[in-house]
Ligand binder design. Sequence first.
Ligand code: XMP
Length: 525
Amino acid sequence: LVLILDYGSQYTHLITRRIRSLSVFSLCISGTSSLKSIVDLKPRVIILSGGPHSVHSPNSPSFPDGFVDYVESNGVFVLGICYGLQLIVQRLGGAVRVGERQEYGRMEIEVVRACGLFGSNEVGHKQTVWMSHGEEAAELPEGFEVVARSQQGAVAAVENRERRFYGLQYHPEVTHSPEGMETLRYFLFDVCGVDAGWNMEDVLNEEIKLIKGMVAPDDHVICALSGGVDSTVAATLVHKAIGDRLHCVFVDNGLLRYKERERVMETFERDLHLPVTCVDATDQFLSKLKGVVDPEMKRKIIGKEFISSFDAFGQDLERKFGKKPVYLVQGTLYPDVIESCPPPGSGRTHSHTIKSHHNVGGLPKDMKLKLIEPLKLLFKDEVRELGRILNVPQAFLRRHPFPGPGLAVRVLGDVTEGNALDILRQVDEIFIQSIKDAGIYDSIWQAFAVFLPIRSVGVQGDQRTHSHVVALRAVTSQDGMTADWYNFEHKFLDDVARKICNSVRGVNRVVQDITSKPPSTIEWE
Ligand code: XMP
């Protein structure tokens, strides 16, 4: 295991992912975790991440007391990156000071001494790296050597081979450091002797073994499928472990996209052979949403109705099997459970930053279900890889995210008014199909249409019209937390707008949303 202690750098998750891409298992925990939680994980290598703090600030985060003794007496290798290097220098008896030169952005560094870190490079080898620091190592602790310097003469890399401490002042994990991956690879395999054995097949087998051991022969497990990648892969995995003791439910809340129910059910049943009960709760949801225009209110109502649908499903199972379901499968991913050291002033706490309304519904309180979360150590791309091994169709794995409250947050105002939902479904389908036909679906994080509760004047076939306006939104993003609007070619937009107005009755105007997140959010409500 390569353990990453997070000190709040925006690149920390990237380090974890880069290392995993070398087939080495890595985990990321808060940089202020207790010594016990570090020791319990039995890491072979510990990486101290970068971060926005200064080692001189009174509350700057650091590794726990006893950390140095522990790593030295257990032969653990330590690599500090940026702030991590400065922590090592400071805590082991050297000095960090505000540098005469601040180094931000692309920088050239040179290997100045034969060493472990750059063992595959000659002395004098130069490379471009990505720096981002205002302070620098001014005096090294005893036994440490400078092994690379920046073009301005600042310390770029240090090591103490005997004590197994290493440090890079720059960020090897970002693509702006083109040789950074090679440096990490060399460090892990040649310096630390780590094995590259981690792969998704093993993860899958481990998880299946775990679930088989956990679920008793007469236990029943439920899973709410949303039609998204995460819950589908989680359910497919659990089904492989316990077969038809898994009971999935897919709730049609009347807020799904064009033919979504049919398409999703077909994948579940025909391709994945998952035991799914499809509950048609359209009337239940829409009657509760009638007249509601406040976005938060809509979300709350939908959450509550989801809970009552799951509850009813659980009771059906209890009647059928004479025993309450014991477990609930959830497709929680690693980014939702990582705890990090938040940057100062960010307002984030050490705990999770998931928005509660992002979970589909939540759980009925009195069901007292225990959770099975087979994906909770994986990133989205790893879940897709797992899905591929589990034969989940590619087209399904590549689907854009779709929010739990569905089209309710894309029809502004009262969703039940007129044929808003129906118009939106048609517009959305034309937009998405055009994106697929143009071959750009995979370059976009998420694309959808929004129904606006206003009318504008138009002229169609010499007739004055007073019809609806729809907005098109497409964004690029890494994780949905920030996003940029997607820049379509004008010809594409022209074709789509024409097609929409020509084929969807009730729409005479199409606009495009060109705001990023922030200041907007991805969804309109
Ligand atoms: P926002 O609109 O907050 O969305 O920028 C970020 C990402 O989350 C999705 N989203 C949701 N997903 N339940 C979900 O399962 C929700 O209530 C929900 N609200 C937003 C949104 O589609 C985007 O991918």
